[in-house]
Design a protein around this ligand. Structure first.
Ligand code: PGA
Length: 232
């Protein structure tokens, strides 16, 4: 199981120092924890925790003020990188073409992309499946089968992110099974309002390889509860 902690744009330097200490105390057996801190903290090494970046430039190195290249991430031992998060798509107007370029840059430096996809509205399931498969197709355009298999897919219904509302187990398995039918060898995470109360229900479906946590990532006592529930 993977537990991905997306801190988003949170934690000052002093807060991060405390957070890091608490993170090191998390007890786990098999679970891989990936921390996605703000980019200013990416050079931190934390025992038993993998580091992921929340973003990467769609350019390679060069005159791109404010950007961070895949090569720079690699030099910090970053192992994973989020791409296509709905906040990047909506608030920073990232297109599937940008996401495709980012994925290619990451793969060139052997950083594992975690590609986020998800429908904006909770509506008709078959329409949502179509939306999701279309997002995947566009973001993965032109990549070889071997390249695609290196990517982790994160299914995050946009309407569920930060709202406290999650799909039913049935809705989630319908969507994840349709992703698996097209991408049988990719790991699939679920994200959107996951917490220590609903994780048992989500995990019951047995088709999810891990969880992407936003808000909960800042509450490590709750993350510990969640890990205990999925490991026991
Ligand atoms: P949330 O965020 O857990 O706060 O809903 C998930 C995400 O943005 O990936």
């Amino acid at each position: 199981m993977i537990i991905a902690l997306n801190n988003k744009c949170n934690l000052t330097k002093d807060e991060f120092i405390l957070y890091k200490k608490e993170l090191q105390k998390l007890k786990k057996k098999e679970t891989e924890i990936i921390l996605f801190p703000s980019s200013i903290y990416l050079s931190n090494k934390i025992d038993n925790i993998s580091i992921g970046s929340q973003n990467v430039s769609h350019y390679s190195s060069g005159p791109y003020t404010g950007e961070i290249s895949a090569e720079q991430l690699k030099s910090l031992n970053v192992k994973y990188c989020l791409t296509g998060h709905s906040e990047r798509r909506e608030k920073f107007f990232e297109t599937s073409d940008d996401i495709n370029k980012k994925i290619r840059n990451l793969l060139n430096y052997e950083i594992i992309p975690i590609l986020c996809i998800g429908e904006k509205k909770r509506s008709n399931l078959s329409k949502n499946k179509e939306i999701i498969l279309d997002e995947l197709k566009q973001s993965l355009f032109g990549l070889s089968k071997e390249e695609i298999e290196k990517i982790i897919i994160a299914y995050e219904p946009v309407w569920s992110i930060g709202t406290g509302i999650i799909p039913t187990g049935e809705e989630i398995s319908e969507i994840i099974n349709s992703i698996k039918a097209n991408y049988p060898n990719n790991k699939i995470l679920y994200g959107g309002s996951v917490n220590s109360d609903n994780v048992e229900m989500l995990n019951k479906e047995n088709i999810i390889d891990g969880y992407l946590l936003g808000g909960l990532s800042l509450r490590l006592e709750k993350v510990q509860l969640l890990i205990d529930k999925i490991e026991n």
